[in-house]
Design a protein around this ligand. Sequence first.
Ligand SMILES: [Zn+2]
Length: 452
Amino acid sequence: MTRFFAYFQRSIYGSCSFCRASIFFGALLLIIAANQSFAADCLVPADGASIVTLRAAPTAKSAIRGTLKRNELLPLIALMPGWYETRLSDGQMAFAAKRSTQIEVCPSEVGVVPSVADSEYELHAIDVGTGLAVLVRGPDFTLLYDAGSNDDTAQGDDNRVVAYLNTLQPPIQKIDHVILSHPHRDHVELLPDIVTRYSPSAVWNSGAFNNICGYRNFLFAIAANPSIQYHTATQDSGAESIEMTAKNCYRKKQPAQTLVLNHSKKISNETISIGKDASMTFLFADGSHRSSPNENSLVVRLDLGSRRVLLMGDAEAGGRKLPATLPSDTSIEGKLLACCAADVKADVLVVGHHSSKTSSRVKFLDAVNAKTYIVSAGPTKYAGIVLPDSEIIAELEKRGLVLRTDIEDASCLMSPDKVGLDADGQPGGCDNILVKFPRNKAISAEYRRISD
Ligand SMILES: [Zn+2]
């Protein structure tokens, strides 16, 4: 039976009870307490350079935003071809040319600044080629929603998501929450590595089984780490035995075996605190066997301070139809509109099903009423169709800013500057998207075009 939740959580995010300074020092204490061994990187003028010009963009022609003098230092935020990205004391981003700048280990009070600092929350849509991976972090939590690809399935350090996480400053040491929307390759394939490497505190999964290698390995990785709190929509606390048939995965035979998973509390409509001023709410969760795993997509709303992000996975509205068509009553979009249309309202929408015509109907988009739309898609065909569908993109563009991970797919294949292996001939790695949620300032969204 479909589990379906009405909304009963009311605003808990009204007033700010702590000022900017306390966020900074709170973050400082948290990071020092959580990770004594961490040493962040800072920028100083290179030997022989007395002053470095800081620019508004990573190009010598862009406006001057400040200077970095000898005996001064600034936090290193990101590495780019020829440039370092930094953040000034007023919160503005600035860029220093590599040839006149060098990296030093920061004193701890400066090293904390890059964590999230002025941008209180960040959302990264990682360009995984044809698939989805969304990282959200705040001063005191990190959450990953999906990590899969239909075309770039490189593992280990070449795993596109691992490579991207390694570009963040300070580097991600731990992921608190991992959510798998549904067990399709383009959402799960890169996730077993993540679970093994980052030992999440909690994993959230519909519980619907799909006998593909990526999903099998995802379950194996969870079972191998008893400290993970494993939540599904199918079962409350207790052990679950899954009979795994023998299967060849990645040229290795996995023998038939019984996998035992220890469940924590079942996913419900309760709002879950993920940080001091941040929470997540599962608006749709269904772990029963469906004709398509897309119908198992966990729809999650994140409340980040007073801002909301809606993550749809591959939730659909029916067959491939034009956006003006009403969602079918039995679809996830239809059910959400029927039960709790007010709950889907969000500032940022990570658009369902790679902006396919199966999803994002006008009526649903009206209820969401977002101003920023994130589209993750790539060049590999789904049943003969390359997504996104142009009709959906046109509809989104009427409503706000649309950023897409597929913009440079063709040139990215052999690009010398991408996240993961350069010029690897694989899609992805060029059009990462960064959405920032600074306190008391407008949400900003831009491409984070970097190499590692
Ligand atoms: Zn998908």
